[in-house]
Design a protein around this ligand. Structure first.
Ligand code: NDP
Length: 296
């Protein structure tokens, strides 16, 4: 039976580390007019949401709950489905100028009529706490703190670190090459000296490639698609997928029941990687506030 790599202990450990950092910011003397008045820097996140998709609302509720527990402020700016591109760009530009806001989360995908790249890049990388700008992603690829990596990609790395799973010198296969997870997590694991293979829908012999790795990460959005022919004895399996199966149940990309006796360790879905993501979001907001304080 594989060891279960639950997300909650990872998220709790991240949150615990943030407590003294938030306290130090509160005691710091802010440099802006606003901060001088209050005599404190309170990390603050802006959430920008277009429409009312259930996934976004559910993530928003989780973020609000975690922020509240930590004393991080959150301001939700919601827009109707028919919001124009210029309106959204304007909202992000106002957030850029607002010294009380340190980080911004923009829910995606945006409605198809909007140019997502233009909207995303209206945000300053310094406030881009979920890695949606070109500047943040360039930072991930060049291993530079120009913005922040996408929270889910970082959550995978945090989970491996928390459970002491060393990737340096190991073969790691990442299945899925989106800019949200696959590509950034591959670069982040490469920066940790893993030997990374990045696979996608056109990869041939995927099962054999996966079985050769010590660590395999699935982020494809295919319900229970990866079973025993992808997994070998002793492997660590990270399942990033969040899917609804034919019966309407939440499940990952991995066929858990089929691989749990073969893998050495595995993240469950739910209660795996997904549970770490909002904690990483808060970590990024605090980091953004610290960077802003240092810069001023
Ligand atoms: P995308 O649809 O953007 O990307 C899916 C990737 O999977 C693509 O690169 C695609 O390849 C690849 N893929 C599709 N089919 C196959 C196949 N048969 N074999 C190999 N690769 C395949 O999805 P996301 O990256 O946004 O999300 C992936 C999953 O992660 C989803 O289930 C999503 O819900 C979940 N997710 C979880 C989060 C969390 O917090 N845990 C956060 C965000 C997403 P190609 O490029 O060739 O098309």
């Amino acid at each position: 039976m594989a060891e279960m790599l639950f997300g909650k202990p990872v998220a709790d450990a991240i949150s615990e580390c943030l407590v003294p950092r938030i306290e130090a910011l509160r005691k710091a003397q802010g440099s802006s007019e606003h901060d001088m008045t209050s005599g404190a820097i309170i990390p603050k996140l802006a959430i920008v949401r277009v429409g009312e998709r259930p996934d976004d609302l559910s993530y928003e509720r989780g973020a609000l709950k975690r922020a509240d527990a930590l004393g991080i402020e959150v301001e939700v700016r919601s827009f109707p489905e028919d919001t124009s591109e210029d309106e959204l760009v304007g909202a992000l530009e106002r957030i850029n100028l607002d010294e009380r806001i340190h980080g911004c989360l923009l829910f995606r995908p945006l409605p198809p009529s909007l140019d997502e790249a233009r909207v995303c890049n209206a945000l300053l990388p310094a406030k881009d706490v979920d890695g949606i700008t070109t500047g943040s992603l360039a930072g991930v690829f060049m291993d530079q703190p120009w913005g922040f990596p996408p929270c889910t990609a970082q959550a995978c790395v945090e989970l491996l670190d928390h459970y002491g799973i060393e990737v340096a010198g190991k073969r790691v296969v990442v299945v899925g090459r989106s800019l949200v997870i696959g590509k950034p997590v591959a670069m982040m694991l490469l920066a940790k000296n893993a030997t990374v293979t990045l696979c996608h829908s056109r990869s041939q012999d995927l099962g054999a490639i996966c079985q050769e790795a010590e660590v395999v990460l699935f982020a494809t959005g295919r319900a229970r698609a990866y079973g025993e022919e992808f997994i070998s004895v002793g492997q660590t399996v990270l399942d990033v997928g969040i899917n609804i199966d034919e019966a309407g149940d939440l499940c990952g990309d991995v066929d858990f029941d089929e691989v749990e006796d073969t893998a050495h360790a595995i993240t469950p879905v739910p209660r795996g990687i997904g549970s770490v993501t909002t904690a990483v979001l808060m970590q990024h907001v605090v980091e953004a506030a610290e960077r802003a304080a240092k810069a001023s």
